[in-house]
Ligand binder design. Structure first.
Ligand code: AGP
Length: 614
């Protein structure tokens, strides 16, 4: 999972590329590099570490040039170091390129090229592609665009690439298969290329999202020419970007994660905007309208996802089954794709993915499609790979989520799933009009209730301080709060590096209770509802063994207040909507604990925002 930025036009390329790479560091940040073409000279600089390292390294170097390519890496082949950093160049440095993805048959291509006498400098699959393009161009005399296309026809795997050549300084060549690439159209025949729109949006709102097996030649004199890999030229589809630059910056918060936690009243409202009207009593999901009959008649709905998105799917299971009486199975995409699942044309498969680029989820979806299932998507990134291969779907409209730990995307996913469950329940007549209207009103009130919880930030920070040195933690919940317990544990694990596990509260007596002692903080969701009394007895089991107990309760609760070491009150709401509220305290607790432990909250060690490798 890497970040690519490139520019060709009349401006100086260096500042555009470096600023853009910083915007893409969430996609990977173990090394970075840039190549600039200036008066026939190709200057390439690359360094292990973050883009700031590259900036320091290039301070006294020649960084002039009106065409350049840049890259920030998350290692897949070869350890993070200067040599393996991109851009990679051909033997004589004539051709250079950056790449996001994995070339699966790079070994066989490398052997083929080594037999011709080529000597490789790095361990990467990317360098192999560069030499292959060079070899074809040198031996056939074709132009860069055609040489790149011929090379890619030999490649098996995923790629988003930008290629530059000293002999053809007025152009860059871009191509895409399974890894995202966006071309921004400048006003003076200049072009901005990036892995997503965030490095482009301040320069132009006219963009072309490349599709799989497309290749484009961006010429600063002749403009853009788009082809598919089999050489047919095609008309580029230019879209208007909706992204706002300020949506990207931290807007005064210390970390993107904190900003995104506090954005949730807005992001949840944006998610149901135009899709819900409590007063008139309707839910409308235009994205899946053509498939509503298929969904209500489906013998089952399979939800596939990874990580936090998988937790959202688990909440969806409770909602779809309880409200719409539709059988739902929730699968880890990485398991689903390899276990030869039984899928047929009667199945509906819903992929849930913030980035829309997660390799396992994409592959599981492609498997379901190949077996005739109807495939739908719930994504946050417009134009992402998953959103482009699905038959239909609903965007979560949460806005860019830069923090690696997912927060607003999770509540937006749960909001979409709630809307879908209500929509289908209404169509099937499995929900009374009264219950339907009540839930719509309650859903409309969620953003302000989320705000009420966010206003308790300082009190939650004080609780976090008590547990910042814990070595382990347990999270417990029942019903649709069980996935929230899993999500709370994941948040703590991935940003504070404290080991944490989520369990159904009733599971404690089947083993985990052996872990309880005075060193073990146990976070429990004990909100009012049908399972409240049972959760209270679980809490008493924990306290009997001297466990530290932090409970999320409904405002006005007294019983749990008298037992727990700490309580965090959340506003009352319909039991089906509790996940949207109960997750907020856990997001804030994990954030503050991680900050107190001096962890890198936005870019935790070993993680990347979207895992586009398997
Ligand atoms: C969430 O905090 C994690 N960063 C991770 O589990 C993430 O949810 C997972 O990789 C799935 O990503 P996606 O939603 O973009 O597919």
């Amino acid at each position: 999972m890497c970040g690519i930025v490139a520019y060709i036009g009349k401006k100086e390329a260096y500042p555009i590329i470096v600023k853009g790479l910083k915007r893409l560091e969430y996609r990977g940040y173990d090394s970075a590099g840039i190549a600039l073409l200036n008066n026939g000279e190709l200057n390439t600089y690359k360094k292990q570490g973050k883009v700031a390292n590259l900036e320091d390294f290039t301070k006294d170097k020649d960084c002039s040039g009106h065409v350049g390519i840049g890259h920030t890496r998350w290692a897949t082949h070869g350890p993070p170091n200067d040599v393996n950093a991109h851009p990679h160049a051909s033997e004589n440095g004539n051709i250079t390129l950056v790449h996001n993805g994995i070339i699966e048959n790079y070994n066989s291509i490398r052997q083929q090229l080594e037999s011709k006498g080529y000597v490789f400098k790095s361990d990467t699959d990317t360098e192999v592609l560069c030499y292959l393009i060079y070899d074809i161009k040198t031996n056939t005399g074709v132009k860069l665009g055609k040489a790149t296309r011929l090379a890619l026809q030999q490649v098996v795997g995923a790629y988003a690439i930008v290629v530059m050549c000293k002999d053809e300084p007025n152009k860059i060549v871009v191509a895409r298969k399974s890894s995202p690439l966006v071309v921004g159209i400048g006003k003076e025949n200049d072009f901005y290329v990036a892995s997503d729109a965030t490095p482009i949006v301040e320069y132009t709102k006219q963009v072309v999202y490349l599709n799989d097996d497309e290749i484009a030649v961006l010429n600063k004199e002749k403009g853009m020419k788009l082809f598919n890999i089999d050489e047919d030229q095609k008309e580029p589809y230019i879209e208007e970007l909706e992204l706002r630059l300020e949506a990207i910056e931290k807007e005064g918060y210390e970390h993107f994660m904190l900003k995104e936690i506090h954005e949730q009243p807005r992001s949840i409202k944006d998610c149901f905007r135009g899709r819900l009207n409590a007063e008139k009593g309707w839910v409308s999901l235009g994205g899946i309208k053509d498939y509503e009959q298929k969904m209500i008649k489906a013998n089952r709905i399979i939800m596939i996802a990874c990580g936090t998105s998988w937790h959202a799917g688990l909440v969806g299971e409770y909602l779809f089954e309880d409200l719409a009486r539709i059988n739902v199975e929730v699968e880890y995409a990485s398991e689903f794709r390899y276990r030869n699942p039984i899928i047929n044309e009667n199945d509906i498969v819903i992929a849930i993915s913030q980035s829309g680029e997660t390799a396992d989820t994409l592959a599981a979806l492609e498997l379901a499609k190949s077996k005739g299932a109807t495939i739908l998507g719930i994504c946050n990134v417009v134009g992402s790979s998953i959103s482009r291969i699905t038959d239909a779907g609903s965007y979560t409209h949460a806005g860019p989520e830069i923090g690696v730990a997912s927060t607003k995307a999770f509540t937006a996913q749960v909001t979409v799933l709630t809307l879908m469950a209500l929509y289908l329940a209404k169509l099937k007549g499995t929900i009374s009009e009264t219950k339907f209207r009540t839930m719509l009103s309650e859903l409309e009130a969620i953003p302000q209730k989320v705000q009420q919880i966010l206003d308790k930030n300082e009190g939650i920070k004080l609780i976090a301080k008590q547990y910042k040195n814990a070595s382990n933690a347990l999270y417990l919940g029942r019903g649709s709060s069980f996935p929230v317990a899993l999500e709370g544990a994941l948040k703590l694990k991935e940003i504070s590096y404290i080991h944490a596990e989520g369990y159904p509260a009733a599971e404690m007596k089947h083993g985990p209770i052996a872990l309880i002692d005075e060193e073990m903080p146990v976070f429990v969701i004990a909100t009012s509802g049908p399972s409240y009394e049972k959760v209270v007895s679980n809490i008493q089991e924990v306290k009997a063994r001297k466990g530290k107990l932090i409970a999320v309760v409904t405002e006005g609760d007294e019983q749990v207040h008298s037992i727990a070491d700490n309580t965090i009150e959340i506003p009352d709401t319909d039991e089906h909507l509790v996940p949207l509220l109960a997750t907020i305290p856990f997001q804030l607790l994990s954030y503050h604990i991680a900050v107190m432990r001096n962890c890198n909250v936005d870019q935790p060690r070993n993680l990347a925002k979207s895992v586009t490798v398997e």
